[in-house]
Design a protein around this ligand. Structure first.
Ligand SMILES: [Zn+2]
Length: 106
């Protein structure tokens, strides 16, 4: 049994990273590779992955915002087709989008 943290029971050749299983912590079972960590848990790798994930999230969120801005501008600037657009959104099951647009063109 591995125990975490700081009980003195950890094996010195193992990576010291803590793994959260969803209900408890345990120690990573991989061998040390970079400093006290395995390749996966090396802080530089973890940080690079975090940045990569954030960059992807940021790009996706900008694209979504741009799309949303276009859609809501369209609805706002063309009131005659707004009702049609809203009913289209409802038809395709995007009721919350339809409500949002209704709210924005009030
Ligand atoms: Zn590890």
């Amino acid at each position: 049994m591995s125990s975490f943290p700081y009980t003195g029971n950890r094996k010195p050749m193992k990576c010291i990273a803590a793994i959260w299983s969803g209900y408890s912590h345990s120690q990573c079972t991989r061998a040390k590779s970079i400093g006290d960590y395995c390749k996966q848990h090396d802080p530089a790798t973890v940080e690079a992955k975090r940045k990569e994930k954030f960059a992807r999230w940021d790009a996706e969120s900008k694209a979504k915002n741009a799309q949303y801005a276009r859609e809501s501008r369209l609805a706002r600037e063309y009131p005659l087709i707004a009702a049609e657009f809203i009913s289209y959104l409802e038809d395709i099951g995007k009721r919350e989008w339809a409500d949002e647009i209704r709210e924005r063109i009030k």
